[in-house]
Design a protein around this ligand. Sequence first.
Ligand code: UDP
Length: 462
Amino acid sequence: MEPSQETPEKSHVLAIIFPLQGHLNPAIQLCKRLVAEQIRVTLLTTASTSRTIQREGFSSDCMAIEIIPDINVVGEDNSDMFEVFFRDYKASITHGVPQIIKKYDNTGIPIKAILYDSASPWIVDVAHANGVKGAVFFTQNCAVSSIFYHLHNGSLELPSDQGCGEILLPGLTAMKLKDLPSLAYDTNSYKAIRRHLIDQFETCGKAEWRLFNTFDKLEHEVLKWMARLYPILAIGPSIPSMYIDKRLQNNYEYGLNLSAPKAESCLQWLDNKQDHSVIYVSFGSLANLDQKQMEELAWGLTDSGCSFIWVVRDPEFTKLPQGFTSSPSKKGLILKWCNQLEVLSHRAVGCFLTHCGWNSTLEALSLGVPMVAMPQWTDQTTNAKLVVDVWQTGVRAEIGEDGIVKKEEIVACVKEVMEGDKGNETRRNALKWKDLARDAISKGGSSDRNIMKFVMELVNSN
Ligand code: UDP
């Protein structure tokens, strides 16, 4: 993974990664693939983010980290904390980038391009203003990105009838309103985030490269459609190599964690379980479940009779029902954080009860783990639709009228995925996607070729 001492580095990329775990993980992994191809990568982060980063499992020989000061813009008061964050983040990056680019100008390996997150679409202008190229990285899948393209372009009119009608978009399966990313139709909450998602396409055409964390066979039709608008490169699945193509030695984890507790190992616990007998439950790094939902989940897992590992982050811990953690009959292990790939790749895990964040979904697809989809918001609803109806590697836990997934529903879904004919079919499909994901990122596969194309163009660019 680290560039060999004998082989000179061929080019230099500055990576500006959006400071959320689900954005950081695939971008870091892409950077590791670039480093393996003798591209130097320097990570840029603000001082406030750098204080929350834990670097266990991250080699600084592999990538240097440059820290720039935070700028807090003095402006009109704004009650939208996301709006304030985006404003200050933009000011910090815009101010910090020129100094970093200058710093490397006379080192013999000047920065040639900025790799940036599609959630910060204005970075391409910062890159161009500083004489370097821009490569935008979409951390959501192409289907979800295409829906925000249509919103930006005005080519998606949302039905007003709360969604009985079908929405037909190019390259996508027919969807109901509720299958769209929640921020597509929920125009009242998280306005700043919604605007950013739509704005992704404001500057998309200006970037020299557009990279997507997906692979050709997974989203063939919508990728083909998107490729008619812009040249694009599907480079996924962007997951640690040792779980998929094994070409980057010792690459077992993404390596950088933001505010996450130290990963707890559960391999010994899993080693004592039978094949495909354990449910792994996680709602990612951000989800904030309703207390009632946590209770239904706790008793649903208990009633399933299966062993389970449930990642419950600190802010969620107090929502667990009384007596649940101390109940002697429980067959569960509660962890604050784990190496999710280590768990998903263990032979004992039989299904993943997931919120369908894109990384979790792609990790499960790439490791052949059937899913019970319990989406909460943003792109998760669309990812769940694709898992169930298109890729057919899971079932969806349906929400009751009170907005809660009941424990009986959880038991039924888990049994459907883990047992019987339906379970066998879901597992067969999951294994098919596992093979296709590995083929895509292995040497000569479609995503590997796209990474190599990006590398070649970088190296040959002025
Ligand atoms: N993750 C992890 N340990 C955990 C839970 C999650 O390493 O205990 C990782 C997971 O592998 C994934 C990321 O955190 O790469 C979560 O990203 P995702 O897009 O699934 O969800 P988000 O956190 O953005 O909602």
